[in-house]
Design a protein around this ligand. Structure first.
Ligand SMILES: Cc1cc2nc3c(=O)[nH]c(=O)nc-3n(C[C@H](O)[C@H](O)[C@H](O)COP(=O)(O)O)c2cc1C
Length: 210
């Protein structure tokens, strides 16, 4: 099936049936998320893959009680850097240069440029910028799940500071940004399953400038 067909198939399931997804599909989805592009290639985010029911129940309590959080197979919690530091950026660039067999100094000027751009903008701007990068990875995971015929519900409806506490993220330099439930739709009990997919009409969505 084409990507467009897969995207038409997917929807934000409101009810999942508790069935587990195979390990290879989970890994495929995580790999698509890992391969997402990010600003300067920094990938300032990571993913927690949660299947522990006790923890999922606690997360559900701070996620508007959304049932998918416990009825899913796995919950992905996206967490982004709480700010950019020289050490963090250097670690990524050093790793990249090592992987490419280039001298570590190769990216020094570029690194100075982005740090002098980001530093004056403050921690809040930086955390927001990092969070935006995590959304790109999130979208890749959603598309990959659709390709694998795995349902994925994107969730912003949760209290990030509470999830941070449950995952003991305080002091880790990461803050939760998004949840993604992976599993299978409960087609008999989900009110949304047969609803028409509605999007902005094509003519309003894009404007061609020749
Ligand atoms: C960033 C983001 C946050 C969302 N948060 C929630 C949520 O907390 N709970 C939920 O059921 N759906 C959530 N959704 C799903 C949207 O409501 C849904 O994607 C949109 O209405 C389009 O419908 P479709 O995905 O079923 O095609 C979210 C979607 C995105 C992209």
């Amino acid at each position: 099936m084409s990507l467009i067909e897969d995207l038409k198939w997917r929807y934000a399931a409101k009810k999942m049936n508790g069935e587990q997804i195979p390990e290879d599909k989970l890994n495929y989805i995580l790999e698509a998320a890992r391969l997402a592009p990010s600003s300067s290639g920094l990938q300032p985010y990571k993913i927690f893959v949660i299947s522990n029911k006790e923890l999922l129940n606690k997360i559900k309590d701070v996620a508007w009680n959304q049932s998918q959080v416990v009825d899913c197979s796995h919950l992905l919690v996206f967490a982004a850097w709480d700010g950019y530091t020289d050490a963090r950026v250097s670690a990524v660039f050093n790793y990249t240069m090592d992987q490419r067999g280039l001298p570590r100094e190769t990216m020094d000027d570029y690194k100075q440029n982005i740090m002098s751009l980001y530093e004056p903008l403050g921690k809040e701007w930086q955390a927001d910028h990092a969070a935006k990068q995590s959304y790109i990875s999130f979208a890749m995971a959603i598309a990959a799940a659709a390709e694998q015929k795995v349902d994925a519900t994107p969730i912003e409806g949760f209290l990030p500071p509470e999830v941070d506490k449950l995952l003991e993220l305080e002091g880790s330099g990461y803050k939760s940004t998004l949840l993604l439930t992976l599993g299978y739709r409960d087609a008999d009990n989900d009110w949304l399953v047969n609803m028409k997919k509605v999007r902005t009409p094509k003519e309003d969505f894009s404007t061609e400038i020749k």
